[in-house]
Design a protein around this ligand. Structure first.
Ligand SMILES: Nc1ncnc2c1ncn2[C@@H]1O[C@H](COP(=O)(O)OP(=O)(O)OP(=O)(O)O)[C@@H](O)[C@H]1O
Ligand SMILES: [Mg+2]
Length: 359
């Protein structure tokens, strides 16, 4: 979580400084006031990239050459990010330059929930894998090692396939690919089972229409379920050779949660789809809690879109129960009457600056 945040020259924000609370932080303001830009700044700081643009130049305030974002984490570690149109991106953690982005990601676990998150069901397996891998990364310390190793070996194997190397030179990689792939599969499987349990409890509370529903997990390892990865690689060898890449493996995994054994994408309304995604993120946020790490940050952009007022209130009630730090934007100022605890904060955003704070 963040205990202090300063932003300069990002989008319409010239200078902005505020001290978020540890729980709910509501960012309210009219269209174009700068709410999403504040979420973008937090996302940039935690992940080193924006959710709105690939080119950080677009996030520079018009006419400026540099933007800066600084913050302190839960344990007061300073984090700072600077983007310069000429020099590029620099990130400092605890006053030292950052070596790897994963260092930052493990310090500041963050989930971004876009205004269009109900479209989750239209996104492909890559997005679903990234979502589950985010969670596994934060709860299973060995996951990152296995996944990074797996990706490197896969690249080597694919390159050997593409160059039409002989069989021994291709199969040379299989032993390690199998070792890491099987491990990744079992870590994902275990995580998804826990996630489904927490998810179903939260989803039933957010979406009372499904309070008696049964949930089930469909997890595809990325190879035929009747065999192990070794068998899949052996059996698919000729196919891989003609394709020029490895088809089966952990990079082809996928998963879904079914409701009453039906596909939620075909059954849930738009608002319910948004509640589904919110419940998923909340369950991930609560699962990633670990005493050695910072609280997870949830960025919820435009809570009010797709949701009626009573469901927005239910989401806020549910967030109050979770030990996560949330930043929630909305153009609907009545939301401020729905938060109950004194420690929750309400910030009014106007023309890229803070126009008032309530707590
Ligand atoms: N590079 C930039 N420099 C200056 N201003 C920008 C830049 N990029 C976007 N803007 C403007 O910054 C303002 C803030 O945008 P932002 O998306 O944060 O608003 P918002 O409060 O989330 O609005 P909404 O409620 O419509 O989602 C907008 O007026 C936008 O046009
Ligand atoms: Mg916005």
């Amino acid at each position: 979580m963040l205990s202090q945040l300063s932003i300069s020259h990002l989008r319409n924000i010239t200078e902005l400084r505020f001290e978020p609370g540890a729980d709910i932080n509501l960012l309210l303001g009219v269209n174009g006031s700068g709410k999403t830009s504040i979420l973008e700044a937090i996302h940039l700081l935690a992940l080193g990239r924006s959710f709105r643009t690939r080119s950080l130049k677009n996030a520079l305030q018009f006419g400026e050459k540099q933007f800066q974002i600084t913050a302190r984490t839960e344990n007061q570690t300073p984090v700072g990010l600077q983007f310069d149109a000429a020099a590029g991106l620099q990130i400092r953690l605890n006053s030292a330059p950052l070596k790897r982005l994963s260092e930052l990601a493990s310090q500041l676990p963050l989930q971004y929930i876009s205004a269009n998150c109900h479209q989750f069901f239209e996104l492909g397996p890559r997005f679903r894998r990234q979502l589950v891998d985010w969670g596994v990364f934060h709860v299973e310390p060995t996951f990152n090692f296995h996944w990074q190793s797996y990706k490197k070996i896969l690249l080597q194997r694919n390159s050997a396939l593409k160059k039409r190397k002989n069989i021994d030179e291709i199969q040379l990689w299989d032993e390690h690919l199998i070792k890491h792939g099987e491990k990744i599969n079992s870590l994902r499987q275990r995580y998804l089972q826990h996630l489904m349990q927490d998810f179903s409890v939260i989803f039933k509370r957010l979406c009372m229409d499904y309070k008696l529903a049964e949930f089930s997990l469909r997890h595809k390892s990325g190879w035929s379920k009747d065999h192990d990865l070794r068998h899949a690689l052996e059996k698919g060898f000729e196919r891989d050779r003609s394709l020029g890449y490895t088809k089966a493996g952990s990079h082809a995994a996928d998963w879904s949660f079914r409701i009453n054994d039906a596909d939620p994408a075909e059954m849930l309304s738009r608002g319910q789809q948004k509640l589904f995604y919110l419940a998923l993120s909340m369950a991930q946020g609560s699962l990633s809690i670990n005493s050695e790490r910072d609280r997870t940050i949830l960025l919820i952009d435009d809570l009010s879109s797709e949701l009626d007022i009573s469901h927005q209130e239910t989401v806020l009630d549910e967030l109050e129960k979770l030990p996560v730090q949330s930043f929630i934007t909305s153009a609907d100022s009545t939301l401020k009457d729905m938060i109950q605890r004194e420690k929750d904060m309400v910030f009014h955003v106007k023309h890229g600056a803070m126009d008032g704070i309530e707590s």
